[in-house]
Design a protein around this ligand. Structure first.
Ligand SMILES: [Zn+2]
Length: 216
């Protein structure tokens, strides 16, 4: 079974993706990870990130295709996280899957408003060691230190407000046509992203179980 997670920056896609993959064991495909898997493409990605431009569809699709075709990924099902971003990518993904007799079983749209997304992303702190935190776990005035290594936490560069705003508007521009695309083929599932993490996960879990049952 194959699923897509859609949602703006700050919607908590990363957290949900982790839970879903742990629970159901499919392959997690985020485009960043897919690019890093192949050295040649990793350099290409860095170049685009530095310049602030979006990676062209053609390159994204090439990398995703390579990732899907990896030997140890065959037969496990995929959770596509933050991909597809454009209609072109969505169409190409359908073609790739169809050539393997597969399809998208459900598209989960974790829906939150712009204000909420900004608020959440601004609350994120990260550590050099890779740990990440929400500032709500700290007392007011407390030095924000990492529980794992003790280092002082930083606000990630790409989490700064203006960049978040820009990311959000790019995202929105592409999102509506994608929503239409998946609504038409009836795979779209709306999830209210203002609920807490556990409730969001429960809703997704139920839906995935329903998809699995319908295949029996
Ligand atoms: Zn740390």
């Amino acid at each position: 079974m194959n699923y897509i997670l859609l949602g703006p920056p700050g919607a908590g896609k990363g957290t949900q993706a982790k839970k879903i993959v742990e629970c159901f064991g499919m392959v997690h495909l985020s485009t960043g990870d897919a690019f890093r898997e192949f050295k040649k493409f990793s350099k290409v990605l860095d170049k685009f990130l530095l310049s602030g431009h979006l990676v062209p569809d053609k390159i994204v699709i090439t990398v995703v295709k390579k990732y899907i075709n990896k030997k140890d990924h065959i037969g496990r099902g995929f959770l596509f996280d933050g991909f597809p971003r454009t209609i072109q990518q969505a169409k190409e993904l359908d073609i790739i899957l169809k050539s393997k007799n597969l399809k998208i079983d459900a598209v989960f749209l974790i829906d939150i408003c712009f204000e909420e997304a900004i608020k959440r992303v601004m609350k994120r702190r990260v550590c050099k060691c890779g740990a990440s935190y929400n500032t709500e776990v700290f007392y007011q005035g407390e030095v924000e230190k990492c529980n794992v290594c003790g280092c002082r936490l930083i606000q990630r560069n790409d989490d700064e407000k203006d960049i978040v705003k820009k990311r959000f508007s790019i995202y929105e521009k592409h999102l509506n046509p994608l929503i239409e695309y998946y609504r038409k083929d009836r795979t779209l599932v709306n999830i209210n992203g203002s609920q807490n993490e556990e409730d969001i996960f429960e809703q997704i879990k139920k839906q995935i179980n329903r998809c699995c049952l319908s295949k029996l």
